[in-house]
Write a protein that binds this ligand. Sequence first.
Ligand code: ATP
Length: 304
Amino acid sequence: MITFENVSKRYGGFTAVDDVSFVARSGRVTGFLGPNGAGKSTSMRIMAGLTLPDHGVATIGGHAYADIPNPGRHVGVLLDASAQHAGRTGREVLALTAMTMGLPGSSVDEMLETVGLTPTEAKRRVKNYSLGMRQRLGIANALIGKPSVLILDEPANGLDPAGIHWMRGLLRQFAADGGTVLLSSHLLHEVEMIADDMVLIGRGKIVAQGSKQELLQTAGTFVRGEDPQLLAKVLADAGITATASGDGGLRTEVDPIEIGRAAAAAGVVLVELRPAEGAGLEEMFLQLTASDARESVNSEGAAA
Ligand SMILES: Nc1ncnc2c1ncn2[C@@H]1O[C@H](COP(=O)(O)OP(=O)(O)OP(=O)(O)O)[C@@H](O)[C@H]1O
């Protein structure tokens, strides 16, 4: 289990993480979702003891990362797949990690196989790896100590569709075996596909969290007419408030049957009429994505 309690981190006058609290539970995959610059990486660095928070506490299994002896045996961390030593081969990277953790040499071959790096690829230097291969190596590096907690920052970056499918299966199995997985992404659908729980962050603040089912469940109706403008007029005339949903459809809080009746009474043809599942989450996320999180940083010149 990973616990984040009222964690804040400021860089100069800029608050990168703002009073963030959430729990990633064991046996579940928790998706940490937010647009670029939202504060995901900073939060993950705090969890892994690489950045000190100004306020709050981050614990893994009840302990601060820095207090965990031989932490790689308990927590697997992948923060930046490109940060691996470019001059070493994939095998050397893993062998060094295994040695540091006191693991047998056989664990290197086991991990290479788990992540699908062939013996030939393992002999190549990391500087000649594609981003997808680096991600696989990074995941192997995180898994080699057989930890019970995984913290992965954008692990799907650079993986091809088959690689993403493979990673999903691996992480789902890890959680099914009782492990805790926290993975970040800036892609809603990627997280939707894999996560049991979701934490949405924007401009350093948590804007929504809960199980995927809770978050995707939104009241309301989605309707699309053959003639969208005519449908909008008919609904307005019937006293039904509806908002444009961006894909030629309308969203309303009124039940589908009421919409169907209003359309039938006016002789309007509907091409889609259904509960507006997930639309709330998608809208919330689009608003976050459109926000000026990065601009505010640029104006402060905060990069260090
Ligand atoms: N060392 C630092 N010094 C100054 N500002 C920083 C530092 N690290 C992060 N920031 C700023 O804090 C904000 C949060 O960054 P962070 O990397 O945590 O976001 P993110 O959600 O992981 O985004 P991305 O998806 O782009 O990696 C950003 O605006 C970033 O510029």
